[in-house]
Design a protein. Structure first.
Length: 202
């Protein structure tokens, strides 16, 4: 009798505790996401973007450390506004888009710094070379768009040495120095749409 009473009490207690909310999944909205870079060319800086981006974010608001992100850039979509230069960037000298069609970041660890700031560590793969990097990510917030879709915004930026990823092409200048700088500044302004669970027909 005592055993049955304890079991019943345990069942009632478990029903009284609200279930933890499942993490939400968001799909990167490529029309409202910008993945940009800039690198020095002789004296000034050349800026460009990747027009084709994709990715998924698993966002656990109750425990952000359990969140994850995968972000992809199509190298063939590089755009600096100059066709000849873009074709060179797609070639074997740089991204070699035919052999390495994507730049990929996959998170392995997320450390919350505040309610809106996170250090996101993961593997960044460019031209087949993977390096561990940590991105300082800002959570911009969440809003519904005019069509009722829930959107979340994130921002990040990092500087990498392109030679670490096999992007070593360059030309020496007569007066000294080189044509292209090694330090590449990367910024991502990301908007993602919350996936809606399918409605049960039962």
């Amino acid at each position: 009798m005592l055993r049955q009473t304890l079991a019943t009490a345990g069942l009632l207690a478990s029903l009284a505790v609200p279930a933890l909310a499942a993490p939400d999944t968001y799909t990167v909205d490529k029309q409202h996401t910008e993945a940009a870079f800039q690198v020095r060319h002789i004296l000034t800086k050349v800026r460009g973007t990747f027009r084709d981006v994709d990715g998924t974010i698993t966002w656990d608001k109750a425990n952000p450390a359990k969140s994850s992100v995968e972000f992809r850039l199509k190298t063939v979509s590089v755009d600096t506004g100059v066709a000849q230069r873009d074709n060179h960037l797609r070639s074997q000298d740089f991204f070699w888009a035919e052999k390495y069609p994507e730049i990929v970041f996959v998170s392995t660890k997320i450390v919350p710094k505040s309610a809106t700031a996170f250090d996101v560590t993961g593997n960044l793969t460019i031209r087949g070379v993977s390096k561990v990097v940590t991105l300082p990510v800002t959570y911009v917030g969440e809003q519904k768009d005019p069509y009722g879709n829930t959107k979340a915004g994130f921002e990040t930026g990092i500087t990498i040495d392109r030679k670490d990823y096999g992007l070593v092409w360059n030309k020496a200048l007569e007066a000294g120095g080189v044509l292209v700088g090694d330090q590449v500044e990367i910024t991502v302004n990301l908007e993602a749409a919350k996936n809606v669970a399918p409605t049960s027909t039962n």
